[in-house]
Write a protein that binds this ligand. Structure first.
Ligand code: ZN
Length: 238
């Protein structure tokens, strides 16, 4: 991992920990479909019928996709069971309940499914929306980084964790209107010095609302040389 940043190493260690845990759980418990409970192969989250019936949102759905994005895929609406799984993925429970690998597997599978819907040719680099170091320390892991790994595997692309950095802490976007969200993330992201973006890049985040964060990150990637920026998100607040 020459030229790796602390963010790359942290993501690498986090990935090792999660894979290790996952292998143990697969050994201890047979894998069941997360929607109907039927037995499924160990590398599957849903059975064929449930996978085919996922309530996928159309590409670029919702009020105005940020003009700066070439494609915008959000897999499902942020509501009901999906909202619960995403919440459990982002805020793992403490103690034994925290060993449940399903939130991670389900949310990663949604991200992978969304990535598979990107148009050809597939971009060679995947970049997660960055997390501020203080928030990372409080949370212990970087949710968008975990999802970016799943997206990169699907696209056979390279995941560059530290490509974007936060230039200042960003207050939560919850409860802000569209204009306030845009102001909140204005100039809050930058490409790491020395990161030369390829022409096409995929940005990854967990939940998208107005797309203000994605647009701000896309701006930073464009300054680093990217020309066509696609976004993959697990869910969209409608
Ligand atoms: Zn099923």
């Amino acid at each position: 991992m020459r030229g790796s940043t602390a963010a790359d190493w942290r993501a690498f260690l986090d990935r090792c920990r999660r894979r290790c845990l996952d292998r143990w759980l697969e050994f201890l418990l047979p894998r069941a479909c997360a929607r109907c409970g039927k037995a499924v192969a160990p590398d599957r989250v849903w059975c064929g019928a449930c996978a085919g019936a996922l309530p996928r949102l159309p590409t670029g759905v919702g009020p105005r996709s940020p003009a700066s994005l070439a494609t915008w895929v959000a897999e499902v609406a942020y509501e009901g069971e999906w909202e619960q799984w995403i919440h459990r993925f982002k805020y793992p429970r403490r103690g034994l309940a925290g060993l449940d690998a399903r939130p991670d597997a389900i949310v990663s599978a949604l991200a992978a499914d969304a990535a598979a819907r990107l148009p050809e040719p597939r971009p060679p680099v995947v970049v997660p929306v960055p997390i501020h170091p203080l928030r990372l320390r409080a949370r212990g892991f970087h949710p968008a980084g975990v999802l970016a790994e799943a997206v990169a595997r699907t696209l056979a692309a390279r995941c560059v964790h530290g490509a974007l950095v936060t230039t200042r802490p960003v207050a939560s976007q919850t409860g802000l209107d569209r204009a306030a969200r845009r102001r909140n993330v204005h100039e809050a992201f930058a490409a790491r010095p020395g990161f030369a973006a390829p022409r096409q890049v995929v940005l990854v985040d967990d939940v998208v609302t107005t797309g203000a964060t994605l647009a701000a990150c896309a701006r930073a990637l464009r300054r680093a040389g990217a020309r066509r920026i696609h976004a993959v998100c697990v869910a969209r607040k409608l």
